[in-house]
Design a protein around this ligand. Sequence first.
Ligand SMILES: [Zn+2]
Length: 168
Amino acid sequence: MNCPMESRENAQLLVDYCAGKLDPEWEARLDGHIATCAACGEFARRQRAVWEALDGWDAAPVSADFDRRLYRRIEAQVSWWDLLVRPFRSPLGTVTPRRTLAGAAAACLLLTAGILLERPAISPAPAPNEMAQVDTVQPEQVERTLDAMEMLNEFSHHVRTEGSGSKL
Ligand SMILES: [Zn+2]
């Protein structure tokens, strides 16, 4: 047979051989090859060491209340707004690095652009230079953008509820 180390087709054979997954006929063939091939012999020796290490490894036991804690976290109600804003909130609430603000502003502008593009009949698309000003954005601008987004969200919510009401 061709040396498994030198042919792609036989490489899986060598792996299966080391895992003890081959049928007796192929196992005998591999035995014969490994007896004469130093490279395959070395590979098999190392693979066996890995399997033995895995056999001796015990996974840490899962804590008794793992399920309960997991479901509590899944069930915790988090609004999309919290999810969006959370990464940009500083733990102290007052000191926010300028770069974080710029990142928040960029995310807000992208989101606003997405909302505006989704509803072209309601508002015009943002001016192209709006995106270029992200680097020099001021905290007040971020605040104004956040307020505008909140208004836009409420507005679209009203439009949606009114729209579904008129159809009835
Ligand atoms: Zn070989």
